[in-house]
Design a binder for this molecule. Structure first.
Ligand code: BES
Ligand code: MN
Ligand code: ZN
Length: 497
């Protein structure tokens, strides 16, 4: 992974290439902090190469400045239509080109503004996209990806930006980028590697030993004591024992209390209600909600936030076997409510329900859960937005606005009382799956039954955005880390507000 530097910080040897990302019809150099002389030289070069700035365009030549051997102009299209996705695409192209040409030290001039963002926001998020653009997951490959050799991204300051300002921006971006990379790495680890137990030991290592947070792990014995029938029930078909991972950031005199809950199904075969073989392999990504929570908690520790923040990760494997839950079984959840298991593939809500009950112990003001919960959410929204629902319109609106800014968009579903009728059971307090219709809201309605009183709650169904089956919108194949930046932006806003 490439380190981020200020351009000119290490100027002994010329860099391999200076990349300038620019939009069509814009003065590409105006936004960058070059001297008047340098700008003259660059303008001359541009005249000769005449890049148009159209989307997809890449034009290279010899660099007229001493700082780099070569210069490459990368087009992003019209600035008023510049989205996070287009910027990501452009940066991904930079990385591909650099790897292909063996340019391992590159400078990056990144002045275009993402449409709809303030200048400060655009500066931050553009740089963040740059910092994660070289992400690949080749942990299990003998031959490492060529991207891994790109060593240094040297950022050209923006016009008027002081060294301190840029360094401040770089600090924040490094923190966010590490969190996104961590969430992606966890997401991409296959089911046989990242079992519930391995998830728990990873949390101990990263959150407790490295970040200094308090980590408590509940195994079968403790889960039984807490009467967590949902978590125990789902895991009973697998030889992998369940875990509930509790990660706590507890400052003195906290101003607020927040709990984040992440679905941690390390593999979801569906259980006895077995999924079709086709595409089942993607269900190793059924713990991406949990990955967000772990990555956010590590970052929370580094930010020294003045809030109590708790991360809860119910981690299980959902497999069919002679000991597995069966359709028709009735289980008792941690809050005493009974659930008829109508479909063992609706397992996420069962484990989340117990975790949401447990959240009550921390007297939270706000609870947010993240889950790859329903295929129906993917049918409804595709891969460009997560579904969001909850009980507090102000919280939902805040997250929607921040998501737009962060390039992690969320779109609301309603949770009308009437939806409960579809999960009414003849034999228990409710059942875990309803009719075919309104999948995301049925799941949300189920979760709502387990929200502690007076808590402001948001549920994010990230089934469509947590991982990419094909590279698209500038995202790599596999886990995207969706939700990490949104959550960190939310915490950042709380801290300021
Ligand atoms: N993990 C799946 C949801 C999912 C589907 C995530 C596709 C990502 C992509 C979840 O556990 C599940 O199987 N949900 C069922 C619920 C149904 C049985 C009510 C579904 O969506 O089919
Ligand atoms: Mn399932
Ligand atoms: Zn699942």
């Amino acid at each position: 992974m490439a380190d981020l530097y200020q351009y000119r910080e290490q100027s002994e040897e010329p860099l391999d290439c200076l990349y300038i990302l620019h939009c069509s019809g814009e003065n590409s150099l105006a936004g960058l902090e070059f001297s008047a002389k340098e700008k003259r030289q660059l303008r001359q070069k541009m005249k000769a190469l005449s890049p148009k700035g159209n989307e997809g365009e890449i034009i290279s030549g010899e660099c007229p400045l001493e700082i780099a051997h070569r210069i490459t102009f990368v087009g992003l299209g019209e600035e008023k239509r510049l989205t996070h996705a287009k910027l990501r695409e452009g940066l991904r192209r930079v990385i591909k080109q650099a790897a292909k040409n063996r340019e391992y030290q590159i400078a990056l001039g990144l002045a275009p503004r993402v449409h709809g963002l303030s200048e400060a926001e655009s500066r931050l998020f553009a740089l963040l996209e740059a910092a994660i653009a070289d992400y690949t997951f080749d942990h299990f490959k003998s031959k490492k990806n060529e991207f891994d050799k790109i060593d240094g991204l040297h950022i050209v300051p923006l016009a008027g930006e002081t060294e301190e300002e840029l360094e401040h921006r770089l600090e924040q971006v490094r923190l966010y980028a590490n969190a996104v990379r961590l969430a992606r790495d966890l997401g991409n680890r296959p089911g046989n590697d990242l079992t519930p137990e391995a998830f728990a030991s990873t949390a101990r290592e990263l959150c407790e030993e490295e970040a200094g947070l308090r980590v408590t792990i509940l195994g079968p014995k403790e889960l039984t004591k807490e009467k967590m029938g949902g978590i125990l029930g789902v895991s009973q078909g697998s030889v992998q024992e369940p875990r509930m991972i509790v990660i706590e950031h507890r400052p003195k005199k906290p101003k607020k209390s927040l709990v984040f809950v992440g679905k941690g199904v390390t593999f979801d075969a569906g259980g006895i209600s077995l999924k079709p073989a086709r595409d089942m392999g993607w269900m190793k990504y059924d713990m991406c909600g949990a990955a967000i929570v772990l990555a956010v908690m590590c970052t929370v520790a580094q930010l020294e936030l003045p809030f109590k923040v708790v991360g809860l990760i119910p981690a299980v494997e959902n497999l069919p076997s002679g000991t597995a839950l069966k359709p028709g079984d009735i289980i008792t959840m941690a809050n005493g409510k009974t659930v008829e298991v109508d479909n063992t593939d609706a397992e996420g809500r069962l484990i989340l329900a117990d975790a949401l009950t447990y959240a009550g112990k921390f007297n939270p003001d706000v609870v947010i859960d993240f889950a790859t919960l329903t295929g129906a959410c993917v049918v409804a929204l595709g891969h460009e937005a997560a579904g969001i629902m909850g009980n507090d319109t102000a919280l939902l609106n805040t997250l929607a606005k921040l998501g737009e800014t962060a390039g992690e968009r969320v779109w609301p579903f309603p949770l009308y009382e009437e939806y409960f009728s579809s999960i009414k059971s003849d034999w228990a307090d409710m059942k875990n799956a309803g009719s075919r219709w309104g999948g995301p809201v049925t799941a949300g309605t189920f979760l709502k039954q387990f929200i502690p009183e007076k808590v402001s709650w948001a549920h994010l169904d990230i089934a469509g955005v947590a991982y990419a089956e094909h590279p698209h919108s500038g995202l790599p194949i596999g886990a995207t880390g969706f939700g990490v930046v949104l959550t960190l932006s939310y915490l950042n806003q709380l801290m300021k507000g």
